[in-house]
Design a protein around this ligand. Structure first.
Ligand code: NAD
Ligand code: MG
Length: 372
């Protein structure tokens, strides 16, 4: 018997799939996977940290369900594994295990393993199926929906990749119990983002429940992941390959990427932390442009602060950062079209929109205020 879990369907025609959310899913992965894709050979890709914590129960469950399970592939934990060299090693490992077109790759881990594994699956034998078992809050609410896979290049992050939808996603809230608190909070920033984009009632719900949620309450986590996946799936279903609407998901990211670029994509500033600061900057910009009530900016700041997320860049860079340096990073963002940066602004909480008409002096004022 598999336990009932919360399911978010992602509607993409013949590439539709379900996201299961709840506790205990890794222990039931074998039957859930067999139900979704049939009895097929499976190969698990994971990272060294996740392997220690969650690989054995997954393998036990797959074997118990009668699957042929190939030797797992383990890459080092961390963003550095999303590179061409590791991709080559993973491809070699897959081929040396004798994979066939019907073999299914199971990516167990955070966004790094999901992106690397999804891309490896997209190109192995011209494409094999893959299943995601995301084990970070960030990957459960973000990278498990949308089908973007890929690796980094020395020219920038995520520049080499493919759209490849998973066949199934199992977001086990139990796996978050071993995740460092700082990583939980980084993922939570993306949860808040969905409320700010177009789900104002969800933001209000987060104001009431956010603290208990980041402290690990399973029911609250399940509900927040469900709404987040649903919110992203909604936007992605309308714009699978990023024709416009999907840009809303970049709320906080244009500013955030500038902070990450200046910080050097390391552990000094996690992606979600940069998004938290970036969302505050986007609301600040909206207020300065007379588009958004100041009270909504205050609510965003207050909520992020209350759970322990950063809301300004003042603590970063040891005083060496300037608005000019950060603005220069934004001009280089891959989302820049014809020299114009499209900003995601807000008319209030839950009312995000795209705007390509922003004055540089307003952007610099926002950056300077955040650094002060
Ligand atoms: P990550 O995969 O590096 O995981 C963060 C850290 O937590 C790692 O050290 C990992 O080993 C560890 N970890 C993972 N699960 C754990 C667990 N349950 N218990 C203990 N430790 C655990 O990072 P992430 O934040 O999950 O993902 C970031 C990556 O995701 C970036 O490369 C980003 O580009 C990508 N991403 C992709 C998409 C997409 O749509 N494809 C969306 C958002 C982010
Ligand atoms: Mg993000």
């Amino acid at each position: 018997m598999t336990r009932p879990s919360t399911i978010v369907p992602v509607a993409l025609g013949d590439r539709s799939y379900d996201i299961h959310i709840g506790p205990g899913l890794i222990r039931h992965a074998g039957t859930l996977i067999r139900d979704a894709v049939g009895n097929r050979p499976l190969v698990v890709l994971t990272d060294s940290a996740v392997a220690e914590l969650h690989l054995s129960p997954l393998l036990d469950s797959l074997r118990a369900a009668g699957a042929k399970v190939l030797d797992p592939i383990i890459v080092p934990s961390g963003e550095a594994s999303k590179d061409m060299e590791k991709l080559g090693e993973v491809m070699d490992a897959l081929l040396s295990r004798g994979i066939e077109r019907k073999t299914v790759l199971v990516a167990l881990g955070g966004g790094v393993v999901g992106d690397l594994g999804g891309f490896a699956a997209a190109i192995a034998l011209r494409g094999i199926d893959f299943i995601q078992v995301p084990t970070t809050l960030l990957s459960q609410v973000d990278s498990s929906v949308g089908g973007k896979t890929g690796i980094n290049s020395r020219h920038g992050k995520n520049l080499i990749g493919a759209f490849h939808q998973p066949r199934l996603v199992l977001a086990d809230t139990d796996s978050l119990k071993t995740l460092p608190k700082r990583e939980v909070l980084a993922g939570y920033a993306e949860v808040v983002k969905y409320g700010l984009i177009d789900r104002p009632d969800f933001f209000t719900w987060l104001e009431a429940n956010g603290q208990a949620l980041v402290d690990g309450d399973d029911a609250l986590l399940t509900e927040a992941i469900r709404v987040s996946c649903d919110a992203k799936a909604d936007i992605v279903a309308k714009d699978e390959r990023e024709g416009g609407l999907r840009e809303l998901l970049n709320l906080g990211h244009t500013f955030g990427h500038a902070l990450e670029a200046e910080a050097g994509y390391g552990t000094a500033l996690l992606h979600g932390e940069s998004v938290a600061i970036g969302m505050v900057m986007a609301f600040d910009l909206s207020v300065r442009m007379g588009l958004c009530p100041a009270g909504d900016l205050a609510r965003v700041k207050a909520h992020l602060t209350s759970v322990g997320l950063p809301v300004s860049a003042a603590h970063l860079g040891g005083g060496a950062w300037t608005a000019e340096k950060l603005a220069a990073h934004m001009a280089k963002d891959k989302k820049v079209k014809d020299g114009r940066v499209t900003f995601i602004l807000a008319r209030g909480i839950g009312k995000a929109f795209r705007c390509a008409d922003v004055a540089l002096q307003d952007v610099k004022a926002v950056l300077a205020a955040s650094l002060a």
